[in-house]
Design a protein around this ligand. Structure first.
Ligand SMILES: *Cc1c(COP(=O)(O)O)cnc(C)c1O
Length: 382
């Protein structure tokens, strides 16, 4: 099968250097050499988390680490607040439910970001709720949340903030320590540009107090066990994936963490403005650098657009989820992508939509994207 250009919100295009690193010979994980190596990976990852907090490593997709947070931070009688503005916010709720924890869902309209005032209201109304589960970038609706200000509210009520940054880490600004975020969850297959299968949790001292008190059942996911053997790992780690991750982190740090964020923001802006130039609408009211959701003009259906993009152009994009499934498409701009990829995806999209009957002036969106990308072209010189 010819590889497709992945413009999906995970997994993303993985750099060739990363794939080659993944293929290096297997090594053993018991011994000082392994621990030392994992410690160097940890140093690199901390630069992206922007934290000095402990980061725990799990062989899992992101959801595994989300479940780990729930079972390690909560007590059976806790009443956490869960912000539900899309599929991934709802996942926090679903995990709580699986462990029979009663949570308070703060439902917001899909495609909008929660206002810090709304969260403050919930904390005031529910003083027993001392923990908030939310999302940095709600990938299902392509919506960025204002975590910096949500963290301020959480601190003023002495509540622990747990942020699913699985898609956002390395793609949108996040300052774990400077903003005082207690717990940050991430995974390997999104902006970290590695294959799926590794998940990470950073935990503040404040949050460790909850870990000490937690009474929900756990074994593999036990944070205390993971911390005790931090760089030795209590169980066999996903060694090949760590090799891949190490190389992706090298690539990100060579460019610079903030330079990568700028580049993704530029890609996102190029896509948003191209969409407007095509006469289409961006779905989210708070768009961001991970992916852009585009409203399809009826009667167009997302599955037809996806099929044509894949079969005719070898470009994989995503549809919506749940009630948005057919109504939006999502173009992701993170991972190993160059301006060439953004421009060709937009050109392919224009042809596809026009063939499917939408009124699109061929080239209108691509032209706008070319203007934006070329004005910055110096930043891509290597
Ligand atoms: C991808 C993603 C997840 C988790 O997905 P996994 O498939 O378990 O890795 C969780 N939250 C957000 C915001 C995501 O984008």
């Amino acid at each position: 099968m010819k590889p497709e250009l992945l413009m999906t919100p995970g997994p993303v295009n993985v750099p060739v250097r990363t794939s080659l690193a993944e293929a290096r010979p297997m090594r053993h994980h018991r011994g000082a050499d392994f621990a030392e190596w994992l410690q160097t990976i940890d140093g690199k990852l901390k630069q992206i988390f922007k934290t000095k907090n402990t980061i725990l490593y799990f062989a899992a997709s992101g959801t595994g680490a989300m479940e780990a947070c729930v079972v390690n931070l909560l007590k059976q009688n806790d009443r956490p607040i869960v912000i539900e503005g899309g599929k991934f916010g709802q996942r926090w709720g679903a995990i709580c439910q699986a462990f029979r924890v009663n949570y308070r869902a703060l439902e917001i309209e899909w495609g909008t970001a929660p206002s810090p005032a709304l969260i403050e209201q919930a904390l005031r109304a529910q003083p027993a709720s001392k923990i908030i589960f939310t999302t940095l970038f709600e990938t299902s609706t392509a919506t960025a949340y204002d975590i910096e200000n949500i963290a301020k509210v959480a601190q003023s009520y002495d509540a622990i903030l747990v942020v699913d940054a699985i898609s956002g880490l390395g793609a949108v600004p996040l300052r774990t320590d400077a903003w005082g975020i207690d717990v940050v969850v991430a995974a390997s297959q999104k902006a970290l540009m590695a294959p799926p299968g590794l998940a990470f949790v950073s935990i503040s001292e404040r949050a460790w107090k909850l870990v000490e008190q937690s009474d929900l059942p756990k074994f593999y996911w036990d944070f205390k066990a993971a911390k005790k053997e931090l760089f030795l790992t209590p169980y066999t780690p996903a060694i090949s994936l760590l090799q891949a991750l190490d190389e992706s982190l090298n690539i990100i740090l060579e460019e610079g963490v903030d330079a990568v964020l700028c580049r993704y923001e530029l890609y996102a802006k190029a896509v948003r403005e191209a969409v407007a130039a095509m006469g289409l609408k961006v779905f989210s009211q708070s768009p961001g650098a991970v992916c852009t959701a585009i409203e399809l003009p009826p009667p167009l259906k997302a599955k037809d657009v996806l099929k044509a993009m894949s079969q005719e152009f070898g470009i994989r994009i995503a549809e919506g989820q749940d009630h948005l499934k057919d109504k939006i498409i999502r173009i992701t701009h993170i991972g190993d992508l160059s301006p060439k990829d953004i421009l060709s995806a937009l050109a392919a999209l224009e042809i596809t939509l026009s063939k499917l009957g939408a009124q699109i002036e061929l080239g209108a969106g691509v032209k706008r994207a070319m203007e934006l990308l070329s004005s910055q072209v110096g930043m891509f010189a290597s």
